[in-house]
Design a protein. Structure first.
Length: 328
């Protein structure tokens, strides 16, 4: 153990914070994410694996001029280690490996490999064309918060580019780091917190080909009744009812891929619009049938001619308005 000038500087031991209580310890912090393991839209949380990098200066540990005074590794029980927590984690992070290096000038480099499940606020109104900021927040644990000043370390912050690092559904756009002063637990003072934002955008091709396009085809199929003879009521009602049952079954089959949120998302609005237009095609069929039964076949044909172009135009206009409202 290399205690040198600790007592002369007013520090009790190497296990106490290297400060006299006047100036806070400047703690450089970085986060490197090696794997974005999961993003859960329902629970609004994500799971990551990564490495926390910390560095700080402890003058008591200087070894300039000492024999063998190059960089070396030390253990946690030899020196003071700052204690940080992920304040928005759903459970304490699980550390798998810790490496601590000590430079001759007393600079300590701390690296901790960990896994954590983190809660974050997701904005899913644009789903599945949304972008998210997955936030991980570090704070000094209570008791050490008054002696630590966090400083972002951009050089050790980032995201792995390996093929296993991201999810197939997400495209990573990079990370940003900010340090804030926030009220402490009793609101009597402020503490530093480091916020790391992993910016991701959803790959929407799955939903375009597996949800939007099939649903659009189903709606178009419901309009095929407009080209059936108005007197062939059985064929028309068969097509209409089969279509709406297919749409309902389809919505149940993909419900597990959709976020369960209390507000309306873009894909929810698209589904509702499709439901409404399939239902309206059934109402149109009933109107035509009643007109034919009442002997107003000429009027029924005029209504049917109007339906052939009015329904597609109205459907396109409504979805254009939804796109403008949700995505622009």
């Amino acid at each position: 153990m290399v205690l040198t000038r600790g007592n002369a500087r007013g520090f009790s031991s190497a296990l106490a914070p290297p400060t006299d209580g006047t100036n806070p310890i400047e703690l450089h912090i970085g986060l490197f994410i090696t794997n974005l393991a999961q993003v859960d839209e329902v629970q609004e949380r994500f799971t990551i694996r990564g490495t926390i990098f910390l560095s700080w200066k402890d003058p008591r540990l200087e070894t300039h001029g000492a024999i063998g005074g190059g960089p070396r590794q030390v253990s946690r029980d030899e020196i003071w280690i700052p204690t940080l927590e992920i304040v928005n984690a759903t459970a304490p992070r699980e550390s798998s490996a810790i490496v601590i290096d000590l430079d001759p000038d007393g600079t300590v480099h701390y690296a901790e490999s960990f896994g954590a499940s983190v809660s974050t606020a997701l904005r899913l109104q644009r789903f599945p064309f949304d972008s998210q900021s997955l936030t991980t927040v570090f704070q000094p644990i209570r008791g050490s918060d008054r002696v630590i000043r966090l400083i972002p370390d951009e050089s050790s912050t980032g995201l792995s580019r390996e093929k296993w690092a991201g999810r197939a559904q997400w495209k990573e756009a990079g990370m940003t780091t900010e340090v804030h002063l926030v009220p402490s637990f009793n609101h009597r003072q402020t503490v530093h917190e480091a916020e790391f934002d992993l910016n991701v955008s959803r790959r929407s091709a799955f939903f375009i080909w597996k949800v939007f396009l099939p649903l659009l085809i189903m709606v178009v199929i419901s309009w095929s009744t407009f080209w059936v003879q108005i007197t062939d009521y059985y064929s028309q009602i068969t097509i209409a009812l089969t279509t709406i049952l297919t749409v309902i079954a389809f919505s149940f089959s993909i419900s597990g891929s959709l976020p369960r949120v209390q507000y309306l998302t873009f894909i929810d609005a698209f589904f509702l619009t499709s439901y409404v237009f399939v239902f309206l095609s059934i109402l149109e069929l009933m109107v035509i049938h009643n007109l034919v039964v009442a002997g107003h076949e000429r009027r029924a044909r005029r209504v049917r001619q109007t339906s052939r172009w009015a329904f597609p135009i109205a459907y396109a206009v409504v979805n254009a308005l939804l796109t403008a409202a949700f995505l622009i």
